[in-house]
Design a protein around this ligand. Structure first.
Ligand code: CA
Length: 227
């Protein structure tokens, strides 16, 4: 499987290239919009990772030109945090998915594998729900009923994971690798602290309670009438 990375930040580009190579992919890296578009049009890629802010030609224009030329290769957009318009615009132009920087490599890899598996098809849902809790991935917004809840980036990622895997008990090590992209020593309480803060915001003031501690195992988000 061959992946084209179009990313002008050397550090991010190298990080992506190294990680994907280690995961068994063949990669090409372009650090300029025009070069990236040329490669995407002439090479046989299974997937394109596309940064938005690029010298020469920005990511939107690269994507537009690709689609106009009839290239249906899946495109995963890399966008800056809180740039809602970027994400919406990218999806409207025909991107297949997007990832908000900074992201955990494990998350990128999961998205890449999903896109490669399904080829070019419909997007996954962008709103995750359980009863009156709603997490909007595109708008980076969390609601409990009609109450808007402000979360930090980590709390948001933690809640996203809980909602995506609702009904499953998530162990601390699973949460550490998915949300922090690293392994924690077993005596580290960073996950407990983050979970406590998240619950204080999204669960404690509301009914029904959705997040439960499973003693000795981890955490689960569930409710009888959740999907
Ligand atoms: Ca950039």
């Amino acid at each position: 499987m061959k992946i084209l990375i179009i990313e002008d930040e050397a550090k991010t580009g190298d990080y992506l290239r190294q990680g994907l190579t280690e995961s068994g992919f063949v990669t090409d890296l372009a650090n300029h919009g025009v070069d990236g578009l040329h490669l995407a049009l002439t090479g046989a890629y299974d997937l394109v990772l596309l940064d938005v802010m690029l010298p020469g030609l920005n990511g939107w224009l690269v994507l537009e030109a690709l689609r106009r030329a009839g290239k249906e290769v899946p495109v995963l957009f890399l966008t800056a945090r809180d740039q809602v318009e970027d994400r919406v615009k990218g999806l409207e132009l025909g991107a297949d998915d997007y990832l908000v920087k900074p992201f955990a490599f494990s998350e990128l890899l999961a998205r890449v594998r999903t896109l490669l598996r399904r080829g070019k098809t419909a997007l996954e849902p962008t709103v995750l729900r359980c009863t009156n809790l709603e997490l909007d991935l595109l708008r980076r917004r969390v609601l409990r009923g009609s109450t808007r809840i402000e979360l930090t980036a980590k709390e948001f990622a933690l809640l996203e994971l809980l909602l995506r895997r609702q009904g499953e008990v998530l162990t601390r090590s699973m949460i550490a690798s998915q949300v922090w992209d690293m392994n924690f020593d077993s005596d580290t309480n960073v996950i407990e602290v983050a979970m406590r803060r998240l619950r204080a915001k999204v669960d404690d003031p509301f009914e029904p309670k959705l997040i439960r501690t499973v003693r000795g195992m981890g955490y689960v988000l569930e409710a009888p009438d959740c999907a």
